[in-house]
Design a protein around this ligand. Structure first.
Ligand code: NAG
Length: 226
């Protein structure tokens, strides 16, 4: 009784252990095979997408401010609100750095911003296509007429005039499509921000402010959000 009691569980356990072990081994083998083929599959997928990404991933186009000239910046005399007239001529150099991807530009609009306030009207630029490694000059004639300015902006203009320099931001908004071979992507919005530091000449005195023909530096790279 004690022997049966002693051996039977042992035997049972051993048999169970043996059988279970075999099944487990088979399962492990299957797991390994499955894991191997799955990882091979995932790995090749990764390699393929990496290759596609490396070959076709387009870099954002580059924009540089070539020149910007402020021809007129005048403020009305009091009473408030004081109004600003401005005329700005800007040239932006645009380059497609991709060797295999072309870029379609559309809906291009440029305007000037001073201290967070838009000081010119939107100026539309023609749509165009930029091939591989191609570059273009974009010319924008911006003007603002009788744009009411906030007192804070007024204060800043006065301060900048004393400092002899003024920071104007030239913006370019639009949308673009990538072209790879004969495939063309959907539209992506982008916006470009160029900082133009213009030097003040000796502005006219009097009730209003005038600052004719101010030149700016050139060759600055603009930031782009795409
Ligand atoms: C701005 O331009 C308008 C239209 O030409 C003119 O009537 C106004 O007097 C100008 N304002 C200033 C401050 O020069």
């Amino acid at each position: 009784m004690s022997i049966i009691y002693d051996t039977s569980p042992k035997h049972c356990a051993a048999a169970n252990h043996g059988g279970g072990g075999g099944a487990l081994l088979r399962l492990k083998k299957l797991d390994k095979k499955l894991l191997f083929s799955l990882s091979t599959f995932l790995f090749s997928l990764l390699i393929i997408s990496l290759l596609i990404w490396l070959i076709f991933h387009p870099s954002k186009p580059l924009f540089y401010l070539r020149d910007a000239t402020l021809y007129d910046l005048s403020l009305t005399s009091p009473p408030l609100p004081r109004r600003l007239n401005s005329t700005i001529q800007a040239t932006i150099f645009s380059k497609n750095p991709n060797t295999r991807v072309g870029v379609y530009y559309d809906g291009l609009v440029s305007y000037a911003v001073y201290k967070g306030q838009q000081i010119t009207a939107d100026s539309e630029l023609p749509s165009f296509y930029q091939g591989h490694d191609d570059s273009n000059f974009l010319s924008a004639a911006l003007s603002g007429v009788s744009i009411p300015v906030a007192p804070a902006v007024l204060y800043e203009v006065g301060r900048d005039q004393m400092a002899g320099k003024m920071l104007i931001r030239l913006r370019l908004d639009g949308k673009l499509r990538w072209k790879v071979g004969s495939w063309v992507s959907g539209w992506y919005r982008f916006d470009v921000d160029c900082a133009a530091v213009v030097d003040f000449g000796v502005g006219g005195a009097g009730g209003g402010m005038r600052a004719p023909e101010l030149e700016s530096v050139e060759g600055r790279q603009c930031s782009i959000n795409a």
